[in-house]
Design a protein around this ligand. Structure first.
Ligand SMILES: Cc1cc2nc3c(=O)[nH]c(=O)nc-3n(C[C@H](O)[C@H](O)[C@H](O)COP(=O)(O)OP(=O)(O)OC[C@H]3O[C@@H](n4cnc5c(N)ncnc54)[C@H](O)[C@@H]3O)c2cc1C
Length: 375
């Protein structure tokens, strides 16, 4: 007999992946999402690195994602002028037909995950959140914002960085600022660009172009910024253009004329967080950004949420001992996530401090080798 039913609060990448993974274990699952729709219509794109694709493949989701994204086995390294001077391989022991990484449009990724969860028999309801939750030794009683009541063997908070459940159960374990902010702008995919191109050594630590579909790409820039720095929402396009204009050549320069609409540009201060282990209190557990967050230097934020989801479902699928499953989940996840958070934080700090006496490639290689280990 497997554990269940499970309530998942939060219909983001981690919550939807968990719903799919639980259904594969035969566990009943209800997902509730606070926003009026499940999805990420405003989001631009992200890269799923091989370890995330391997985890998704274990629940049958890698192939549908590869068909909507841009899979590749290396990234191009370029000068600020746009001359490609090298390649960094991303290929790893991810499984047959699984590439080194795949970049995708966020709205499409959410659609694939939500469709897969529904098809597998999960219940997905939007415009709902938990008003009250009471945990006992056997489960959790919840009252939802529409007044309905429910009882679950486990409640999973996949509520993202500002999780209300984390704030209630883990007071004081919130995010801190990583000292950097990231600009992203949706642009057309340059016709001959099929993998991410990163420009090092210019005015900013990192400027890149990431193709996410046959038609689209995003241009991004990571910069050091004061913690309280804010950008004018209506002027995001002109601000990003001014930062890049005259400092970058090649494809970046060619894309600047597309920066005409602030709604297609996103500015995000970058957080760091690691909730101390264990991530559960009684029968409530945190996964994804609700439990941990890191600057995207290793592109491992969503990847860690996907892995959390797959491991939690595997452990719950072993029988009806929920407490044992939560203990095994902690044992399999905490040190691996800590390595990602600490390494990402270190790399971000080196960029902020503009350190030249440190081994960035070796540190990144070490993290990649650790992530290649089985889950
Ligand atoms: C600039 C930037 C670039 C990034 N690039 C990458 C990358 O290339 N690769 C990568 O792997 N990661 C990347 N990340 C990280 C990645 O975006 C996150 O780790 C990931 O989106 C987190 O997913 P999640 O499901 O845990 O949380 P979220 O995506 O935040 O989803 C949480 C969901 O829960 C809902 N919710 C919140 N509170 C409640 C509530 N009380 N009740 C019900 N629903 C609720 C929210 O509305 C939301 O839909 C990047 C992050 C940033 C900022």
């Amino acid at each position: 007999m497997t554990a269940g039913p499970v309530l998942v609060s939060g219909g983001g990448i981690a919550g939807l992946t968990l719903a799919c993974a639980l259904r594969r274990q035969g566990i009943a699952v209800d997902v509730i999402e606070r926003k009026p729709e499940i999805g990420d219509e405003g989001g631009i794109g992200l890269t799923l690195v091989g370890n995330a694709l391997r985890a998704l493949d274990s629940i049958g989701l890698a192939r549908p994602i590869l068909t909507i994204g841009m899979p590749a086995d290396h990234i191009d390294i370029a000068t600020p002028e746009g001359r490609v001077v090298g390649q960094a391989p991303t290929k790893g022991p991810w499984g047959d037909g699984i590439p080194g990484h795949c970049s995708v449009a966020r709205p499409q990724l959410h659609r694939v995950l939500a469709d897969a969860a529904r098809t597998a028999g999960a219940s997905l309801r939007a415009g709902l959140e938990i008003n009250e939750a009471t945990s006992d030794a056997e489960g959790v009683d919840v009252r939802l914002s529409d007044g309905s009541l429910g009882r679950y063997a486990l409640m999973v908070a996949a509520e993202g960085l500002n999780s209300a459940t984390r704030q209630r159960l883990f007071p004081g374990a919130g995010p801190v600022y990583a000292g950097q902010a990231c600009w992203r702008a949706r642009v057309s995919r340059p016709a001959d660009l099929r993998t991410t191109q990163i420009h090092f050594g210019g005015r900013y630590g990192v400027v890149g172009i990431c193709p996410i579909s046959e038609s689209d790409a995003y241009l991004y820039l990571v910069e050091t910024a004061e913690e309280n720095h804010r950008e004018e929402p209506g002027q995001l396009h002109t601000a990003l253009r001014e930062k890049l204009d005259g400092h970058y050549g090649g494809r970046v320069a060619a894309l600047l004329s597309e920066l005409t609409d602030p709604a297609r540009v996103n500015y995000s201060p970058l957080p760091v967080m690691l909730v101390p282990a264990p991530w559960h209190r009684g029968r409530t557990v945190l996964i994804g950004d609700a439990a941990h967050a890191n600057p995207p230097v290793l592109a491992q934020g969503a990847a860690m949420g996907v892995e959390d989801a797959v491991v939690l479902a595997e452990e719950l699928g072993r029988g009806n001992d929920v407490d044992g499953a939560l203990a095994r989940f902690t044992a399999r996840r905490f040190d691996r996530v800590r390595m990602v958070v600490e390494t990402s934080r270190q790399l971000a700090l080196w960029e902020v401090e503009q350190r030249r006496d440190v081994d960035v490639p070796g540190t990144m290689r070490g993290a990649a080798m650790a992530l290649a280990e089985p889950l």
